[in-house]
Each structure stands twice: as structure tokens, then as C-alpha cells.
Design a protein around this ligand. Structure first.
Ligand code: KIV
Ligand code: ZN
Length: 386
């Protein structure tokens, strides 16, 4: 059975950059955009051009730079926003305007003091207006996660009629359970006339730690674009993490879905974004965290030394990590110590290992982690006493 492509829409430079303290200058954004293009993302959301002169400049420069991906600018359903985005995107080889409006009752009442019918009109007008400037118009139904499905289908039907090429169904508040989010996508597929001609996009937030699971549920139910960020950065608890969804689709061929991403660049891209944004990656972060391929307990180390597959479902080299790490701690066993010592040039006999291991445990109990320099010290002590 042939696999279908899921488009990767990267919003590191827009939703990701909204994180407090993560502000980037234009040069930094250009550097990241060039890397995202090399990584193989299909769409780069470069910013929100009307929001500031700096963002306008960044979107303009990124549009000139990017060779392969579509470049996208965010707008509200406001004419001025759309005009400014179109101007910033004028040099892009593949420009996309991303316009939209809140559709949940909470957004309609508190943000817009409006009504459902007025929201439908504003949504369709915004899409039709953006179509005057570019062919590729993505519509977002903000807070779709908490929007009544019947009403959401009506909004979608109108924006599809107005010319939307992509329908973004954001779980803006990270509220949905994977099953509910998947059902929502399926409901739209079954109830929106003309939806077979547009791409449905998943844009999920991580307030309950479900952003990745929800995006996967979305594509399993027919969506064909995932909006995500490097390292999962984004508003509040963040967005769907790019590296996670890409590797999930690779590791689960039964889903029959693929992406255009070169996974070997994932680790390095994660480090680059972390460095440029000054945003540290949690060590236990899936795929790109410092501990994602590190083994510290004796049982696991023994298994991995015998065969990596015992405790690793991904070959670290596939995501650009040189090799799995064997971290020596007081929970490590003889196998790990012998393995590490051998790598450092000490070939220990079984008898020697017994003695050195005893010394190693004395050391390890005093420390969180036994470093290579400690191994040298332990070996010196052993040799003096031998
Ligand atoms: O989370 C959200 O709803 C968004 C939209 C602006 C696409 O980021
Ligand atoms: Zn968002």
C-alpha cells in the first residue's frame, strides 16, 4: 500500500517566537528559516507581518531567501492585516496567507461581542479578500477544539466556497483528547462540501501534554498537514513538536503516512533553535533531549551494550545523534564499566574488573554521574595498589 504525504508546516518563527524571552532578530530568523528549508519543511510560517515593523521586515527577507518551502504570513480576519501580509510575501516563490477568526462561543462572545452568523461572514470575506493577493489561502478557525462541530462545519463550508486551500483546525487551548480531536477532523471530512479539494491541518497546543497525540490522531483521521515547532516551543505549554511527529510517522509504517523531512538534521536543528532563542531543551525531551539516547541503569546498559534494540526504538544516527550514551552512575553494572573503560583504552580482565568495580561504586555513591576523568583516577588508584 503506498504511503500518503503529510505536509509539515513549521511555525517556530511565529507561534514559537511568541514565547516570552524567545524574541529573535531578523538575522537569527533568516538563519533558522534557511535551516528549516534544508530540513525539508513544506511551509514556513515566517511571522505576523502587521504586528510590528520588525516582523514585517523578517517576513519580507525570509520570502526572498527561502527556495523550496512555501512562506506564510499570519493575519487576523482584517483587511489591513491581509494587505500588509501580501506586501511582505510579495517576493516569496510560494506565498501563503494564513487568515482566520475565533469560532468558539467563548471567542465569539468575549473577544468579538458578535454572533455566529456574523463570524461566518467575516471569515468568508477575509478568505475572499486574501484570494485577491495570493492563490494559497489557509483559514484558521481559532479555538476550533472547543467549537461546536456543526457550527465549525458551517464555517468551513463557507471558507472553502470563498477559496480557502487549507483548513486549519486549531486546538488553541490544548483542551481536546486525541479521540475527540480525531473525531472532529472526521466529522469535518464527512460534513463539509468540497473538503476533498482542500488540505485539513492540525494545529495543537500542549496545555495537557497532548499536542503530539492530537496531531497524530488528526492525520489518522484524514488531516494532511501538521503545524508544529522545533522543540515544541510555543504559547504557554507549547505546540506540537516537529521532531516528535516526524519520527512517529517514520516509526509507525502502518499509519501509511510520510513527510519530506530529513531526520538526520533534527538534532542539530533542535540545538540551533535552542541556542538562538536561549530556550533550553528539557533533558528528557523525546527525540532531541540530552537523555533521549542515554542509558544509566545497569539492566538497561547491559541490554544496550549487547544489542541497541533492547532499549532503543530509534537508531540515534537516524536523527543526527552520533551514538547512544552510557552514563555511569551508582546504578551501573560491571558491563557498563567494562564497556566505558575499554573505550578509554583500558582492557580489563574479569578479575581486574571485579576489583575496579568495587572502587567505582565507592566513587559513584558520592556523585550523580561518574565522568571519564573519574575513570582515569579509579584506574590510577587500582594500578598503584595492584
Ligand atoms: O493556536 C492558534 O489558534 C493559533 C492560530 C493563530 C493559528 O496559533
Ligand atoms: Zn497556536
Amino acid at each position: 500500500m503506498s504511503t500518503e504525504k503529510v505536509e509539515i508546516f513549521d511555525t517556530t518563527l511565529r507561534d514559537g517566537e511568541q514565547v516570552p524571552g524567545c524574541k529573535l532578530n531578523t538575522q537569527q530568523k533568516l538563519k533558522i528559516a534557511a535551516r528549516l528549508d534544508e530540513l525539508g519543511v513544506d511551509v514556513i510560517e515566517a511571522g505576523f507581518p502587521v504586528s510590528s515593523p520588525g516582523d514585517f521586515q523578517s517576513v519580507t527577507e525570509i520570502s526572498k531567501l527561502v527556495k523550496n518551502a512555501a512562506v506564510c504570513g499570519l493575519t487576523r480576519a482584517v483587511k489591513k492585516d491581509i494587505e500588509v501580509a501580501a506586501e511582505a510575501l510579495q517576493y516569496a516563490r510560494k506565498p501563503r496567507i494564513h487568515t482566520g477568526i475565533g469560532t468558539s462561543d467563548s471567542h465569539i462572545k468575549y473577544k468579538f461581542n458578535s454572533s455566529r452568523s456574523e463570524i461566518i461572514d467575516r471569515a468568508a470575506e477575509a478568505v475572499a479578500y486574501a484570494k485577491k493577493y495570493v492563490d494559497d489561502v489557509e483559514f484558521y478557525a481559532e479555538d476550533a477544539g472547543r467549537t461546536d462541530n456543526e457550527f465549525l462545519a458551517k464555517v468551513c463550508a463557507e471558507v472553502v466556497k470563498a477559496g480557502a486551500t487549507v483548513l486549519n483546525i486549531p486546538d488553541t487551548t490544548g483542551y481536546c483528547l486525541p479521540e475527540d480531536y480525531g473525531r472532529k477532523i472526521k466529522f469535518l471530512k464527512d460534513h463539509v462540501p468540497g473538503i476533498e479539494n482542500v488540505i485539513i491541518s492540525c494545529h495543537c497546543h500542549n496545555d495537557l501534554g497532548l499536542a503530539t497525540a492530537n496531531a497524530i490522531s488528526g492525520v489518522a483521521n484524514g488531516a494532511r498537514q501538521i503545524e508544529c515547532t522545533i522543540n515544541g516551543i510555543g504559547e504557554r505549554a507549547g505546540n506540537t513538536s516537529l521532531e516528535e511527529v516526524v519520527m512517529i510517522l517514520r516509526q509507525h509504517p502502518t499509519l501509511n503516512l510520510n513527510t519530506n523531512i530529513n531526520p538526520k538534521l533534527l538534532f542539530d536543528t533542535s540545538k540551533m533553535v535552542s541556542r538562538e532563542m536561549g530556550m533550553y531543551v528539557q533533558p528528557n525531551k523525546a527525540i532531541v533531549g540530552a537523555n533521549a539516547f542515554a542509558h544509566s541503569s545497569g539492566i538497561h546498559q547491559d541490554g544496550v551494550i549487547k544489542n541497541r534494540e533492547t532499549y532503543e526504538i530509534i537508531d540515534p544516527a537516524d536523527v543526527g545523534v552520533t551514538e547512544s550514551a552510557i552514563v555511569l552512575t551508582a546504578r551501573s553494572g560491571r558491563a557498563a564499566l567494562a564497556y566505558k573503560a575499554k573505550k578509554m583504552g583500558y582492557n580489563l580482565t574479569k578479575l581486574e574488573l571485579d576489583v575496579v568495580y568495587h572502587e567505582f561504586l565507592n566513587f559513584a555513591d558520592q556523585k550523580k554521574e561518574v565522568a571519564d576523568t573519574d575513570i582515569h583516577t579509579i584506574m590510577e588508584i587500582y594500578r598503584k595498589n595492584a
